[in-house]
Design a protein around this ligand. Structure first.
Ligand SMILES: [Zn+2]
Length: 314
């Protein structure tokens, strides 16, 4: 496979979908809803990636399904894999082994057929402790990025950041490690701004200036709801736009599916159909979105739909 920077220049890069929600449905990931109120962004044990060491076959199989669906990138399941988040889930001592195993599995399945991206998300420290915890968050993110680099990822996807300030720390850590990074923010409760008050356009400008190879948004909302904010970003960003929306329907009053009552145990009731992802694939091709995949709720059927949309637009 060509490096991510080259692929982005040549084509609409087709990513993969969401792992944690799909593996929760398959019985291998804990949503945390049995212990606490989930969806505050401040949670502890929910949706962590220990499946990489506890049920590697389940993760391997989902990687295979995304590859078969056409994904040119497989994300190692290292989302919520900082020592901080894993500590609170009771897996802190396995931080090294979970990150290493997740990358190894993705690389095994990808072979020469796909790139492997390390997924790095917010720590949740800022949501719980405030901006004063930014230094601590930076140290945890930098540690995980070093682990991912040692494990041999091709690039990073920095995703589901609520605060631009924390994303800036992550981009600086990625640059220090010498790894290219796709950077995507999550906007909530409305797509108008991120949690520390920056518009999508401001986020795009800052992330581009910090060297992101593509900038955009992930998770949060369904494609039709996300498209307007992507257009705002595209108007100012010099880097390609990246989009990995969720497959869950949101409302005009709240653009975030994790704040809907259906999260996390009744998501089936707000699932959008894969047809919306065929339309997203067409829009990606027509409107110059450089990297497109899915987040929560996007299983391999949705990635096949994206591939169909991209192909139909040609
Ligand atoms: Zn998501």
């Amino acid at each position: 496979m060509k490096p991510i920077r080259t692929l982005l220049k040549e084509t609409v890069v087709l990513g993969d979908g969401g792992y944690l929600i799909e593996l929760e449905r398959r019985g291998y990931v804990d949503s945390g809803s049995g212990r606490e109120k989930v969806g505050t962004g401040k949670g502890s044990g929910q949706f962590t990636p220990e499946v990489a060491i506890e049920n590697p076959d389940a993760l391997r199989e989902l990687h295979r399904e995304f590859l078969k669906a056409g994904s040119q990138v497989l994300q190692a399941l290292t989302f919520f894999g900082t020592r901080e988040k894993l500590n609170r889930a009771g897996y802190g001592a396995q931080t090294e082994s979970i990150n290493a195993a997740a990358v190894k599995l993705a690389k095994e399945v990808a072979g020469q057929g796909a790139l492997v991206a390390g997924s790095v998300s917010r720590t949740q420290l800022i949501e719980r402790e405030g901006m004063g915890a930014l230094g601590k968050a930076r140290d945890h993110i930098a540690e995980q990025i070093r682990l991912l680099k040692d494990a041999g990822v091709d690039f990073l996807i920095l995703e589901t950041f609520f605060h631009l300030a924390e994303m800036q720390e992550a981009l600086q850590s990625a640059a220090a490690a010498g790894l290219p990074a796709v950077a995507t923010m999550s906007f909530r409760p409305l797509i108008a701004q991120c949690t520390d008050g920056h518009t999508p356009a401001e986020c795009a400008r800052v992330m581009t200036d910090l060297g992101a190879v593509a900038v955009g948004a992930n998770c949060g909302q369904e494609p039709t709801r996300m498209l307007p904010l992507l257009r705002e970003m595209r108007a100012v960003a010099k880097a390609p736009i990246a989009a990995q929306p969720a497959a869950f329907r949101t409302t005009d009053l709240c653009h975030s599916f994790t704040r809907q009552p259906a999260f996390p145990d009744e998501l089936e009731t707000i699932q959008v159909s894969r047809k919306e992802f065929i339309e997203l694939g067409k829009a990606a091709k027509a409107e110059g979105i450089g990297y497109v995949g899915g987040c929560c709720g996007c299983n391999p059927a949705y990635i096949r739909a994206l591939a169909i949309g991209i192909a139909e637009a040609r």
